[in-house]
Design a protein around this ligand. Sequence first.
Ligand SMILES: NC(=O)c1ccc[n+]([C@@H]2O[C@H](COP(=O)([O-])OP(=O)(O)OC[C@H]3O[C@@H](n4cnc5c(N)ncnc54)[C@H](O)[C@@H]3O)[C@@H](O)[C@H]2O)c1
Length: 262
Amino acid sequence: MSYGMDGKTVVVSGAAGGIGAAVARRFAAAGATLVLGDLNAVSLEVLAGELAALTTVHALAGDVSVPADCENLMAMAAADAGRLDVLVNTAGVWTEGPSDQITEEEWDMVLGVNLKGTFFCCRYAIPHLKKTEGCIINLSSDAGVVGTPETAVYTASKGGVSLLTKSLALELAPFQVRCVAVCPADVMTPMLEGQARDYGGGDPEAYFRRLLASYPQRSKARFITPEQVAELVFYLAGPAAAPITGALISIDYGTSAGYSYE
Ligand SMILES: NC(=O)c1ccc[n+]([C@@H]2O[C@H](COP(=O)([O-])OP(=O)(O)OC[C@H]3O[C@@H](n4cnc5c(N)ncnc54)[C@H](O)[C@@H]3O)[C@@H](O)[C@H]2O)c1
């Protein structure tokens, strides 16, 4: 089913990542033209090569924390694809740890990619989205809805993404441009694997078990798949989601719903 994606152009930042690649594949399967960005030029090239068999793909390596790179990505959509209908901001990085051990470098890096990068991709997409009455889907997080211990920097960045989404939705509503945030709990991607490797104290499986233990499903808890997130993003970008803007859409097995007791 095309869901109206034929002839549309979708920009995905962080496209070489777990969620970004799943999003790109979902839109490619629906016939959208893709403009893909990522810091990792090699993985981006591999993905673009894979999807070129399905649709027209443009790819540009760049760093979303550098506004000029965000501007270049949106300019590529306008120049090479001729239009920009959907922007999906998935580029992101993780850090965790006691706040009294966080460095200024970590703060600047995480806020620079997750919050500044998301904003400046939106900022440079807006003039093009106004022409197509398009939409923005930002990857926030359950950590952009509720707090968790030892994640102050990441939650600050995602809390910012959640509220900039709401403000942009109001600002852009008169232009028929929608802005929505998707808020997943733990998705099995290279980011989550990296968390377990870097912060799991040498036991990644124990790290995963600790995360799942906080889920309301208890012993039957499991991680979300990138494809499940991509399907939600795809729905939110389509015509059936026309009334949805300014919303934080949770996909988290209820982890942000409130307290859960055994
Ligand atoms: N995986 C999860 O559990 C989870 C949960 C909630 C929210 N999220 C959010 O979803 C988004 C995607 O996460 P993921 O799990 O796919 O992560 P991932 O690490 O698999 O992919 C992230 C991608 O972003 C790219 N990237 C990093 N810094 C960049 C920069 N400066 N410029 C351009 N690209 C850059 C990376 O190269 C990578 O390809 C992120 O914003 C993340 O915070 C992830």
